[in-house]
Design a protein around this ligand. Structure first.
Ligand code: DGL
Length: 257
């Protein structure tokens, strides 16, 4: 079979990676995509590293078994925990990860303080610690582990009093800090971008890494001659380890945020 015709596998611990899938389909509308969300095991960001590694390898194996020409790890947590293992295991396959968009935030003209929201595991891992240290001479990089936030998104709470209370408490220590940028370092968080903006309560730029990841996917496929040609629209297939989440996948894919 012509490798170019195979779908691109996109994987997340749950529903969050749909924010990355959207960026990928916008950039590569002619490609087929197979999205797998491991909602039965979400959240990953509050589990031990060894367990996240095992779950990530298992999810990637299931995509490879179905036949994909690339894998996008649309999860900051799984990327920090297991991207090197995946690349070792599948040397012939492009494996694209995502990391918190600290670089563009720290290098922006008007930026002196950057607040990075991510899961506890992402923040604890070396990969993120090195990233934050690299840009610490360009901005004050403040790391904010958001225990429980991905779970609220998994439950479909995109607004409402429970989310507002959570965010108010989370942002309380930053009430008197100047912050120009918030980096959404977990792919679930773009779905609550407006609630984050509202509860932060001051003008702030909010960015995430989904477009950078989509561009990296296009570069990697192009470099290997794996981009599809022609102008037919691609198909998107959703798979989830928790079948009850499948209808929410479609809703999230088309939802404004
Ligand atoms: N969406 C994932 C990320 O980007 C993590 C959510 C979770 O904790 O499962 O980090």
């Amino acid at each position: 079979m012509d490798q170019r015709e195979l779908p691109i596998g996109v994987f997340d611990s749950g529903l969050g990676g749909i924010s990355v899938l959207r960026a990928c389909t916008a950039l590569l509308p002619g490609e087929d995509f197979l999205f797998f969300g491991d909602s039965a095991n979400a959240p990953y960001g509050e589990k031990p590293l060894s367990q996240v590694r095992a779950l990530t390898l298992q999810a990637a194996d299931s995509l490879v078994a179905r036949g994909v020409k690339a894998i996008v790890v649309a999860c900051n947590t799984a990327t920090s925990a297991a991207i090197s293992l995946l690349r070792e295991k599948y040397p012939g396959l492009p494996v694209i990860g995502i990391e918190p968009a600290v670089k563009p935030a720290a290098q922006a003209d008007n930026s002196s303080s950057v607040l990075v929201m991510a899961t506890p595991l992402t923040i604890q891992e070396d990969k993120y610690q090195k990233l934050a240290a690299t840009f610490s001479d360009q901005a004050n990089v403040i790391s904010l582990p958001c225990k429980g936030l991905a779970e609220l998104v998994e439950q479909g709470r995109f607004d409402g009093p429970e989310l507002d209370d959570y965010l108010q408490a989370l942002f309380l220590p930053f009430r008197y800090c100047s912050v120009e940028y918030i980096v959404l370092g977990c792919t679930h968080y773009p779905f609550v971008r407006e609630a984050i903006r509202k509860n932060f309560g001051r003008p702030v730029s909010i960015i995430d890494g989904s477009e950078g990841t989509a561009r990296q996917l296009r570069r990697q496929l192009g470099a290997r001659g794996l981009l599809r040609t022609g102008n037919t629209s691609g198909r998107i297939t959703f798979l989830n380890s928790d079948p009850a989440k499948l209808s929410l996948c479609q809703t999230l894919f088309s939802r404004e945020y």
